[in-house]
Design a protein around this ligand. Structure first.
Ligand code: GFB
Length: 307
């Protein structure tokens, strides 16, 4: 991508989109095309077509999505599948119609089968049943992968698909009902510390294993792949290590400085037992993560606590 290229970051105010904007600006890409969801409803095809015809971006980072944690996915599956299907189909079709040079589609590690061997290799996609708590979202993202592959095959487009592991960082969603685990734990331990509560409730058994990548590492990997990779094979993006939810809770408790006890609400779902990505395809291209989980959580907590 040359420095003057017009780059559309769909979803630029979210966790991933805002990290992409920071990374692009830091590398001197000043011609960024940004629209809020109020300015452009990506679920409306005619609005998206009109926008692409008027603006004609050279590159697209498709980071706009309806996202959420295990509880939001379990309780609002129709919204997750509908909105994500519409956003990706509208943008990918309009990108093809207007000759976008390259598009990067952001999927998710939840596309893999619930009980696939760990760590998850890209070729495990569609080899088994999905995790029920986020099947709707996963199928929407799998459809996005297939859209990119089919458009590349039939129209010769250069649309790549990347599969990030669980992400965290600034501009994350900290709402306790709809968020992912890490921001929820930061908020729970902080509010318990401030209010003098003796306990913090962690959902599930604490036994599931998850991998967490700081969103600035994700953004760096996306720019790396946009510059260095073309093809229809998906690429995992992660940090190569995981920990149990119990260990994560202990780490966040220590960083926040909460002195009380952790209790587990086993009435809440655990979801996928283990979700770790094999990132050898990406590391084999020369990329590696830089932000440790402890440093990343500490920086995220300080940013959030400053309000
Ligand atoms: O991060 P999370 O909501 O999503 O949950 P997934 C991860 C694990 O943390 C689950 C536990 O076992 C939760 O039960 N957990 C413990 C909590 N306390 C909490 C809490 O206070 N809030 C939340 N949210 N979880 C997501 C998918 O699955 O992974 C998304 O639902 C997306 O669609 C994302 O794919 C990457 O990791 O289970």
């Amino acid at each position: 991508m040359d420095q003057t290229a017009k780059i559309y970051v769909a979803g630029h105010r979210g966790l991933v989109g805002s990290a992409l904007v920071r990374a692009l600006q830091a590398k001197g890409f000043g011609n960024l095309l940004l629209r809020t969801s109020r300015e452009l409803d990506l679920t409306r095809q005619s609005a998206v077509e009109h926008f692409f015809r008027a603006e004609r971006p050279d590159y697209v980072f498709l980071a706009a999505a309806r996202v959420g944690g295990i509880w939001a996915n379990s309780t609002q599956p129709a919204e997750f599948i509908y909105q994500n299907l519409m956003i990706e189909a509208n943008i990918i079709q309009a990108a093809k119609e207007t000759g976008v040079r390259k598009l990067l589609f952001l999927g998710s590690s939840c596309i893999y089968p619930k009980l696939a061997p760990q760590p998850l290799k890209e070729e495990y996609l569609l080899t088994g049943p999905l995790e029920p708590t986020n099947q709707a979202y996963a199928l929407a993202k799998i459809a996005g992968i297939e859209l990119c592959r089919s458009y590349n095959l039939q129209y010769g487009t250069d649309f790549i698909s990347v599969m990030p592991t669980n992400l965290y960082g600034i501009n994350d969603n900290f709402d306790l009902e709809s968020s992912h685990v890490l921001p929820a734990l930061i908020r729970k331990f902080h509010e318990a510390k401030i209010s003098g509560k003796k306990q913090v409730v962690v959902w599930g058994t604490g036994q599931p294993v998850r991998e967490f990548l700081h969103v600035d590492d994700l953004a760096a990997a996306c720019l790396f792949l946009m510059e260095n990779y073309s093809g229809s094979d998906i690429v995992n993006i992660g940090c190569g290590a995981g920990l149990t939810i119990r260990a994560l809770a202990e780490l966040v408790k220590e960083i926040v400085g909460f002195a009380g006890e952790i209790v587990f609400d086993t009435g809440k779902p655990d979801g996928t037992p283990v979700k770790l990505l094999d990132i050898s395809r990406l590391t084999g291209m020369g990329w590696k993560p830089r932000i440790s989980l402890r440093d990343g959580i500490t920086a995220t907590y300080h940013w959030w606590a400053k309000g």
